[in-house]
Design a protein around this ligand. Structure first.
Ligand code: HEM
Length: 485
């Protein structure tokens, strides 16, 4: 029975979808639609998906995209993820797509993502339910909470990680960045403490889970996708147990200031909905900002001038804090990290942690003379705009100073966090995490690559060797020192 279901799901359905695609392509051509140029070539059923997702350096758009853009232009058609697809490397169209969410276009991730993140995950929800979940997430990461609660938490978790680094022995900076963001999210979502057995177990389970999110959705015993579904249910068991403890001990305990407590008290969500919300926030808030941090560490080791300028900025902030007799970062300190924000922007522009998002077309629309038919998939590719020489001068160079120019700083072509009604709900938290981490990193250590490495995208960004680095302490205690070369 299980095998039959799998055969239908993974073989019959794609065959039917491909047939539907070809029949409709003929119909669309007969209607004399002016479809964007492109081809429907590629493998049966999966089309060009493998070529499109073929791993390529994260600071490039990959061979497939390069060839297609140079042959067909910035808007082309293809057959991706088993569906007729329009791919957009056009900044204006990308903005148009994001801003018309729910009206002309709608968020539409492959079914396998929903299978693994859950049907109530924010990434797959649309309409009213999406708005409700989004409001809860925005409340949880509101400006007030960022200042009062999340800033000290981010600082505490940064110091915990930095203090554990061995001097002059290689370790994986990517792993450390992941540990930092995972522990931060686990604490803020469910009040789980770093280094406790339960948290470590959940973190390891989560690594298996992530391998499935980035694998082919083949649900057979032993495949990464199958293992990930098992991990999902183990992770959900932990979250569920936490939830039951809270409900059971409601009278005796003071409600924790975490997302679980908030969702239980202030929302009408069902247990299943809360579970998927928590898991999707863990996913959205963990993988992205950890990769952004790892990329910053990588780009900065090759840019001593940027590190020097960062150290001067953070040294000044730490000095003034010391003069005030304060030991911890304040919101005003954070607001002074101006060059740091340039480094963060440049890291996200060049590294493109989220390279594109999935949408579907809700109604026929014309754009720049092309017909974009209802029912097609459409992919706004942010990376292609961020690495376009017509938009950014020398786009492949790490140049944080470009963000000091008002023209670049005010551009609306920069979309690392998406845009419109689905703009990343955690963008302010992500910036805070990166800025605070960089503050203590540049004041505490000098670092170098222990082995050469490069980040690849397929489409999730990962360093091939985990970004092995060696660090050398500038001072003894990362929290007590001011910087300086
Ligand atoms: C550098 C780090 C980050 C990047 C580049 C990033 C990028 C993005 C992008 C591009 C989207 C839009 C997805 C779409 O439109 O389909 C998104 C959505 C989202 N992100 Fe982030 N993100 C980051 C960090 C975070 C953090 C720290 C959190 C906090 C938990 C978070 C929570 C979310 C949520 C909840 C959504 C769904 C929003 C919605 O559907 O309304 N993100 N993110």
């Amino acid at each position: 029975m299980f095998i039959i279901q799998e055969l239908i799901h993974f073989y019959l359905l794609p065959i039917l979808m491909a047939l539907f695609f070809y029949i409709n392509l003929i119909k669309w051509k007969r209607k004399r639609l002016n479809l964007p140029p492109g081809s429907a070539a590629g493998w049966p059923f999966v089309g060009d998906t493998f070529s499109y997702l073929k791993p390529h350096p994260a600071t490039t758009i990959g061979q497939f995209m390069e060839q297609h853009v140079s042959r067909y232009g910035k808007i082309y058609r293809s057959n991706l993820f088993g569906e007729p697809t329009i791919v957009s490397a056009d900044a204006e169209l990308n903005r148009f797509i994001l801003q018309n969410e729910g009206k002309v276009f709608e968020c539409s991730y492959p079914k396998s993502i929903g299978g693994i993140l859950g049907k109530w995950s924010m990434l797959v929800l649309v309409g009213e339910m999406h708005r409700e979940m989004r409001m809860i997430s925005l409340n949880f990461m509101s400006n007030v909470r960022l200042r009062s609660h999340l800033l000290p938490e981010v600082e505490r978790h940064t110091l915990l990680v930095l203090r554990s680094w061995p001097e002059s022995s290689p370790f994986s900076a990517q792993e450390e960045a992941k540990k930092f963001t995972f522990n931060l999210m686990a604490k803020n979502i469910m009040s789980m403490n770093p280094n406790e057995a339960e948290t470590e177990k959940l973190r390891l389970e989560y690594i298996t889970f992530m391998k499935g999110v980035i694998s082919a959705p083949l649900n057979f015993p032993g495949t990464p996708y199958w293992k990930a579904l098992k991990s999902r249910s183990n992770i959900l068991k932990v979250i569920e147990q936490k939830m039951e403890e809270r409900i059971r001990d409601k009278e005796e305990r003071e409600e924790e200031e975490d997302l679980l407590g908030w969702a239980l008290q202030h929302s009408n969500l069902s247990k299943e909905q809360i579970l998927d919300l928590l898991l999707s926030l863990l996913f959205a808030g963990h993988e992205t900002s950890s990769m952004a941090l790892a990329l910053a560490i990588f780009f900065l080791q090759a840019s001593p001038e940027a590190v020097r300028q960062l150290r001067a900025e953070h040294g000044g902030i730490a000095q003034r804090r010391k003069e005030r007799g304060e030991t911890r970062l304040s919101w005003e300190d954070y607001r002074q990290m101006e060059f740091t924000q340039c480094v963060i922007n440049e890291t996200l522009r060049l590294g493109n942690v989220v390279r594109f998002v999935h949408r579907k077309v809700l109604r026929d629309v014309q754009y720049k003379g092309y017909d974009i038919p209802c029912g097609w998939k459409i992919l706004p590719v942010f990376a292609a705009v961020h690495l376009d020489s017509a938009v950014y001068d020398q786009p492949h160079t790490f140049d944080p100073w470009r963000w000091q120019s008002t023209t670049t700083a005010s551009t609306n072509n920069f979309m690392p966090y998406g845009g419109g009604p689905r703009l990343c709900a955690g963008s302010e938290l992500a910036k805070l995490e990166m800025a605070v981490f960089l503050h203590y990193l540049v004041l505490s250590y000098r670092w170098e690559l222990a082995e050469s490495d490069e980040a690849f995208a397929s489409p999730f960004v990962e360093f091939r060797r985990g970004l092995p680095i060696k660090v050398y302490s500038l001072h003894q205690d990362p929290s007590s020192e001011v910087g300086g070369d």
